[in-house]
Design a binder for this molecule. Sequence first.
Ligand code: ZN
Length: 347
Amino acid sequence: MTEIGHNWGLVGHAWAVDFLTRAIVSNQHAHAYLLSGPRHVGKNLLALRLAQALNCEQQTANPCGTCRTCKRIAKNNYPDVRIASMATQAAAAKGDEGTRQRDLRIDTVRTWLADITLRPYEGRRRVFILDDVERLTDGAANAMLKVLEEPPPYATILLVAHTAGDVMATIVSRCQRIKLRPVERPAIADWLVAQSYDAPDAERCAAWSDGMPGLALRYAANPDESSAIQQQLDELLGLSQRSFSECVKWVEERNKAFRAGEQNDIYAMLTLWQRWWRDVLVTAAGTHGQLTWVDRQADVVRVARGTGVEAAAHFLHDLALATKQLRENANPQLVLEHLVLRLPDRR
Ligand SMILES: [Zn+2]
């Protein structure tokens, strides 16, 4: 029996599941889909569920999740589902070459599509999933165009992109587009609770995830990662209590880390700091925006009372500017020193 509205084990994206289920039922599914949306929103899981739905032994247009085919697809151990990505490309590379690769190459695409003209070995349809599509070189994208123009009758191509804007227009125009958006916070929290996480933890992880279920689950499943985030926030909040020379020392350490290649950690730190000050701003302004630091509301209120709307808004602007300057290769020591000097709640 076909059940429309079955959620495929995803959180959010019900419209996409409905849309795909109806397409399978009416046998009008596209030969190529482009699934786009931010990292951790659920694109890869949706692609995998669609591959299962197209091949599930129950033939209900939904993945049953329990038949041998569904299980083997979930384990990436099914001959009719082929997955390629930056990660599989890196794994196939020699030595440490994989870690230096920045693009999806033509060879990867050719290998991935090598036997696309063959009939399915075991299932009803052959499904080709390509992740990181925004990283395709022009050559690799062109190599794929021909297949997208005249796909073999048994093949379904699922392209997954984090930023559809970076995908070649000629590819986009040949696919049915499915754009996934961030998921509502309560839905993510409920989903975590259903997986036996404590309600306060679920609430906190959902708040931190910014609508990305994959990220929320990662925080919930890795308490160490969660405490590292809390510690980093404590460190940032502690800066306003420290002497200027201590702050300069702190900046020197960050500068060293940045120059040693840990740029992404510094950007993540600035994002975390921005979220804190956004909470302060929202609270100081008395608006009812959703807070990120749901478990630290008392601290947010205290700082908001001490600094006020204007100072919080200015510092948020300073944080955004600092991030921009670092990306434009400004001197990290100077940029971070400037930030610490302008901390609005400095004693
Ligand atoms: Zn099944």
